[in-house]
Ligand binder design. Structure first.
Ligand code: FAD
Length: 312
């Protein structure tokens, strides 16, 4: 006899990044039945991060390793993880109905949106065409393909500088193109990067196009925002770190998003819909980090428990 698939839970969590996994840990440890749904492997953006140095308790840890440890903790008390992209969320009275691209419709008493953000595209010619052929958003995933090459990193924040440094272990040279006249990365990261003789910084410069030979990236076209001059630079690959956009398409009809698409919550992580919470990077929040995502998850796990308990 085949076992029937479980479709009803106390809580469904969309996204198994640090925020979703921590919510799962707290909610399942409080004895709720919990399903985490993710469109990919657990870990979220941890899988796109090389070395993490600012998560308390882990002086230095590789993103994918931390993801594995978080997953172990998240599932230890019975929370389940299933693969699937959530396409639709509907409300049926108090019940939350969640439909995935695998054709499943799950229901739950409470929903936690932990779907994070995705890296913003530059939106220039050649970017989509050379995706996977030299254009990348993930140094951990793709860096090793560029041994002894010249790489361009676009961006001036923490991610751009940190991932640029990670890439110097493979590349001969990493040129960071910064749109503004300064970096936004924290001082300690900037200092480290500027001491790395494989790193080069070029300011006031935007990428206007990515050029290739049909097979792979060969150059980027640039524009100097100060002098107005256009230029071209040889490149074997380009890694783009220019900010993030929220992953909130399935919730647009719920009327819980701000004008840029981030989920609005109160200080207990509740949206204005009873039983619908949001945690981590997907929220309208001043800081998007692992520590804040995990903090959100802890509080939401507790708040979800109270909400479900009150329904009894
Ligand atoms: C390159 C890079 C470097 C970083 N470095 C650091 C660092 O050094 N220190 C630090 O503290 N933070 C760092 N961050 C930020 C940190 O990774 C995030 O703050 C953290 O991962 C947020 O966790 P989250 O769970 O909210 O979202 P995410 O990690 O984005 O996880 C969201 C999950 O939701 C899933 N999902 C989205 N939509 C759907 C859907 N419709 N259906 C199913 N699943 C869905 C995604 O697949 C993903 O697994 C970095 C981020 C990047 C991109």
């Amino acid at each position: 006899m085949t076992e029937e698939k479980k479709l009803n839970y106390d809580v469904i969590i969309v996204g198994a990044g640090p925020a979703g996994m921590t919510t799962a840990l707290y909610a399942s440890r409080a004895n709720l039945s919990v399903l985490m749904l993710d469109r990919g492997i657990y870990g979220g953006n941890l899988n796109n991060t090389a070395t993490i140095e600012n998560y308390t308790g882990f002086p230095s840890v590789e993103g994918p390793d931390l993801a594995k440890q978080m997953y172990e903790g998240a599932t230890k008390f019975g929370a389940e993880y299933a693969y699937g992209t959530v396409e639709k969320v509907e409300l049926d009275g108090d019940l939350k109905k969640v439909t995935t691209d695998m054709g499943d419709t799950f229901t739950a008493k409470a929903l936690v949106i932990a779907s994070g953000s995705e890296q913003r595209k530059l939106g220039v010619p050649g970017e989509a065409e050379y995706g996977g052929k030299g254009v990348s958003y993930c140094a951990v995933c793709d860096g090793a393909f560029f041994k002894n090459k010249h790489l361009i990193v676009v961006g001036g924040g923490d991610s751009a500088v940190e991932e640029g440094m990670y890439l110097t272990q493979f590349a001969d040279k990493v040129t960071v193109l910064v749109r503004k006249d300064h970096l936004r990365a924290v001082a300690v990261t900037q200092d480290k990067a500027k001491q790395n003789n494989k790193m080069e910084f070029i300011y006031n410069t935007s990428v206007t196009a990515i050029e290739g030979d049909d097979q792979k990236v060969v150059a980027v076209k640039t524009h100097n925002n100060e002098t107005g001059e256009d230029g071209e630079m040889q490149a074997d690959g380009i890694f783009i770190y220019v900010g993030n956009d929220p992953m909130t398409k399935p919730y647009t009809d719920l009327n819980i998003l701000d004008d840029q698409g981030w989920v609005i919550t109160d200080d207990k992580l509740a949206t204005k819909i009873p039983g619908v919470f949001a945690v981590g990077d997907v929220r309208e929040t001043p800081l998007r980090q692992i520590a804040t995502a995990v903090g959100d998850g802890a509080l939401a796990g507790q708040e979800v428990f109270k909400y479900v308990d009150n329904l009894k």
